[in-house]
Design a protein around this ligand. Sequence first.
Ligand code: FAD
Length: 592
Amino acid sequence: MERYETHEYDVVVIGAGGAGLRAAIESSHRGAKTAIVCKSLLGKAHTVMAEGGVAAALGTLDPADSWKTHFVDTLTAGKFLNNWRMVEIFCKEAPERIYELERWGALFDRTPSGQILQRPFGGHTYRRLCHVGDRTGLEMIRTLQDKGIHQGIDVFMETTITRLIKDEDGRMAGAFGYVREDGRLILFRSKAIVLATGGLGRIYKITSNSWECTGDGFALAYEAGADLQDMEFVQFHPTGMVWPPGVKGVLVTEAVRGEGGILLNSQGERFMKRYDPEKMELSSRDIVSKAIYLEVKEGRGTPHGGVWLDITHLPPETIKRKLPSMWEQFHKLADLDITKEPMEVGPTTHYMMGGVRVHPETQATSIEGLYAAGEVACGLHGATRLGGNSLSDLLVFGKRAGEAAAEYALAMRALPKLDRAQVAQEERLLLAPFEREGGENPYALHSELQELMQERVGIWRSGKALAEALKTILRLRERASLTSITGARMYNPGWHLCRDLLHMLDVAEMITRSALERKESRGSHTRDDYPRPVDDPWGRVNLVLRGERGEMRIRQEPVPPMPPELWQLFESQNQNQNQNQNQKKEEPVKHG
Ligand code: FAD
């Protein structure tokens, strides 16, 4: 007889953002009994906040666009640390995933002739982002949710998974956690698990991410013994709100720059001409973020420590039509009319390029029966992600993960036998804060961690600061194992934070250790003691991290070699660009 509420499925998908929903739709479509589990309410996953658009080379406005140019752009931005095969699959399949979404009811903005409208975005050679004003994520989630519900997926809302459970042979066998509503414990037995838990912004003080983004999936995979990759690459989006203090970090979508917004320092200078004279405001995010950081550091910042983002040169009705959420956001949160005044913006922690290492075709992790997709997975983006590439990543690889998980599960006759000791251990860990008195306050620890990550493991790093940060993280971890909490288990966020903190500290340690290891500056990872890219070996290796006997171990793995016909795309692209725009592309570092 089970002690916990127990459910049995072929496939359990953890996370109901774009990746989780797309995976669950596919798994259920293939005949696997599928559940989706999420921390918040269905429809509230972080994907709903996505604004600017979803990238796919449809070529509606720019017929010269193709998967090949998208491929070149994505690898160039990723500084060639991407898994080339993932990029190839992604660029080839993204258009079909968009048309599919449209068939399922998504209403994208249109050209006058009725085709899907596409907007320009940083680092994309052509206009490539399909969008719904600046509410693209909402439309995506609404469509996927509608499709998923009618497809027959079981949904467990406000349910947090705190541990993945394996069988005695090390295969995935289920997941364990609690239901927020009343704190009851819940056990899922399943043949396969898809991790689609999104990002980790909440370990930083200034972030665009929603409350759910505490990095659980990275830590769940790590605890289960999976390989993680390139954890040093955290993306700092150039434009978050900087004022008023209560909304610091809230995203100002890149669509503002895509629609023509310009960046100015306190001297009224369009400073991007000094950092990237060709692409200016539409340079890749790491370049624009670092430019803003330097402008502020060198005394050319705005009163609240940012720079100006100005779109007032566009007609007010265009701004309100193209960027309705931005207009409303500044109007409501900052009492500012963006049609008349510039916005004050600065970098904000936004996206995690690193994550769970997956097979490019199937999204299988290094643990049998465990798959990962979306922001929690790694390989597509390399050292920097292009805007818009996440939403299409969710669709392309969510589908592939759901397909592979279902196939794996349907080939298995019985549910794997759970290792009960793992469940019992997690139950003890979860409930321990109620049994301790006068312990550490989880909120205070969280705030210390956020300050530390912001200051020492942020946009500009140094070996000394990283080494100090690591020591502090290890001390915080000891203190976090001594938290105590009062009250009942019903909707008790303090209790939830006690467990989230352990995950966040794991993730913070992974980022810090990896950042210490990578002794160069590349993409979103910048070190003042190694200020330049160092191609040998760092341009040729991914950092792979795994837990071994309670220690985090990092090894260098060569980036998979790319076939010559794909290298050729860079040459033809350069030729085309030289002919068309006399524009210079970054030289690739060849590996393999
Ligand atoms: P999420 O959407 O984050 O969903 C994660 C799910 O996992 C949630 O349902 C959560 O409840 C669940 N979960 C997490 N932990 C647990 C747990 N322990 N137990 C149970 N459930 C759990 N990208 C673009 O390409 N284009 C854009 O225009 C764009 N705009 C953005 C705007 C903003 C403001 C932000 C912050 C990001 C934007 N991004 C954009 C990035 C993009 O939105 C995200 O990378 C993407 O939505 C992540 O999707 P996901 O499915 O991986 O995870």
